[in-house]
Design a protein around this ligand. Structure first.
Ligand code: SF4
Length: 151
């Protein structure tokens, strides 16, 4: 893949650059990121699709913890129908991480408040709380700088 001159690639949540991959089949486009896409500086990834979940899909939340707890302590990701979708979330995070490695990305811009891509916040049964999504935790653990798409 051709890289923009003078910079490393950035992985970006696909829903932030116009891909209709959100749980409800929509996107959450940030026009300022489309400019980076045009300059071939970003690679869009959707960890939940990469993990094998359909679109649209049943929304899910991390129970009793955040993305770090899913990766390290056995916390589960449960959809609102009560199904355990943890293996798909972990698989998707690993696949997205593998893409980041392939393109030698050193940064990620991810969609906040998502159980996969949340940077500052995620949802749990009591509402919004501070925490990282599963992909965010995996990227940070491997030295990739992650910022929120809420810019
Ligand atoms: Fe996919 Fe992440 Fe966007 Fe959710 S927030 S739709 S997992 S890219």
């Amino acid at each position: 893949m051709e890289k923009a001159r003078g910079g490393k690639m950035i992985v970006v949540s696909a829903c932030l650059v116009g891909i209709n991959c959100r749980y409800d089949g929509s996107s959450k486009t940030k026009p300022e990121l489309l400019d980076l896409l045009e300059k071939k500086m970003v690679v869009p990834i959707c960890p939940e699709q990469l993990g094998g979940l359909p679109t649209p899909r049943t929304p899910a939340k991390i129970q009793s913890g955040d993305g770090y707890d899913v990766l390290k302590s056995g916390a589960r990701v449960i959809d609102i129908k009560g199904r355990d979708v943890t293996p798909k979330f972990i698989k998707g995070a690993i696949e997205a991480f593998n893409i980041a490695m392939l393109v030698e990305a050193d940064k990620a811009i991810l969609k906040d408040k998502s159980p996969s891509c949340g940077v500052n916040y995620i949802w749990d049964d009591d509402g919004l709380k501070e925490g990282k999504g599963v992909l965010t935790a995996l990227l940070i653990d491997n030295g990739i700088k992650v910022s929120s798409g809420d810019i």
